[in-house]
Design a protein around this ligand. Sequence first.
Ligand SMILES: Nc1ncnc2c1ncn2[C@@H]1O[C@H](COP(=O)(O)OP(=O)(O)O)[C@@H](O)[C@H]1O
Ligand SMILES: [Mg+2]
Length: 461
Amino acid sequence: MDKQQILVVDDDESITFSLKIFLGKAGYRVDTTASGLEAWNLIETKQYPLILSDISLPGMTGKEILKKVKTRGIDCELILFTGYGSVRDAVDCIKNGAYDYFIKPVDNDKLLMAIERALEHKALRDENRGLRKKLGKNYDKQIVFCSKTMEDLLNKAKIAAETGATILITGTSGTGKTRLAKYIHNHSKKRDQPFVEVSCGVLSENLLESELFGHKKGAFTGAVSDKKGKFEAAKDGTIFLDDINSASMGLQTKLLRVIEQKIFEPVGDTRTLETNARVIAATNHDLLELSEKKVFREDLFHRLNVISFGIPSLRERKEDIPVLIHHFMANSSDKYLKPIKMIDENVLVSLSEYSWPGNVRELENIIERAVIFSQNNEIKMSDIPEYIVSNKKTKEDEVLTKGSLKLSRVSAMFEKVHILRVLKMNHSNRNKTAESLGISRATLFNKMKKYDMLGNNEQKM
Ligand SMILES: Nc1ncnc2c1ncn2[C@@H]1O[C@H](COP(=O)(O)OP(=O)(O)O)[C@@H](O)[C@H]1O
Ligand SMILES: [Mg+2]
């Protein structure tokens, strides 16, 4: 590994001198300076991954250096030194983004450990940033899956996306309806136009109508000025009507009209406006059943149902769990700057056996929480809630889980995705990949063989 360069700033020369020798022996290249201003000049010209600085300095204080580094967006870590008197300043610095602080006299061995951690922290951030760029992926837009069901569904969704037709998405809460709606929008010709979301479940009938179609000043008490509705805001883009089952019968009539004839009237207005927005609706109810009960218009149901996608609950597509875990781990690890390297196999088993009533949303929250609580770069059983571990399967779950993933399958799938990711990060360099994974090249080779990741001519080796 390249020697990393560290800047040490302290007006006490005995400190800069001894740190230069100590850190030099530990394998770092060290620049030193006694002045905050000179430190700033150095920081601007060289890219230090790490700066060690005293807080009280002549000219420019350690606090000011920190502030400048952060406001200029310079990507480096800071560790500060302080005397007993100014611990409060040091704590402020941590709040403002310093990595750590030490009270003088500094214990060199502890400092060395902090330096290693800080550099690892930065390396992870660089790695994630690089990875994101390389994969050109956006955590918020991707639909992660492994199951054949989702693959088929997305293939059909892509075809439907291009047609501009009205689409209905069904599925219980947290299965990914909103995300699929955005996916469809992003795969349609309207992708550069607005995507506007309206939840039909939260507003009262009148407010929802004005939210959708806009209103004229004075149309009702509280309508103090003209207001444009979401159909206007969506322009030629997509309007996503979430929880469509909550729209009143009266509003359903208006929605049918806007879908069929592309026209609507703002509340209290005599004008009829036109719209070219595509409608995507979603619900976690059975609209057929609601229409049989006469609480949902049958004609609207049929109109919406021409193209519909039912997203299965997560427990009906357990093959998606390992890749989703991996995806959310990478995402949270990036968000909280916590480099997770390992996950206890038992955690994988518990997570894949759990019935996930809250579907993907629940899984996402559990992983985020686990990453936050994780220590030593590892997710352990103690990082996931007790109810997931002690989850007693219901009869129904028992049937659904039958023939589903065994422990070895879950960890294997997880491992495969993990290896792929690290390989990509290292431009397929296997030495580096093995090193990042903490395994030997031979072990990596065997794993790649096992997971069918080798080129054809390598198989026989
Ligand atoms: N296949 C998926 N891949 C990645 N993230 C997903 C996937 N499905 C759902 N999510 C995430 O799970 C959460 C719940 O999804 P959402 O689309 O809001 O569900 P719904 O609208 O059905 O309640 C969101 O944070 C979403 O981004
Ligand atoms: Mg939703």
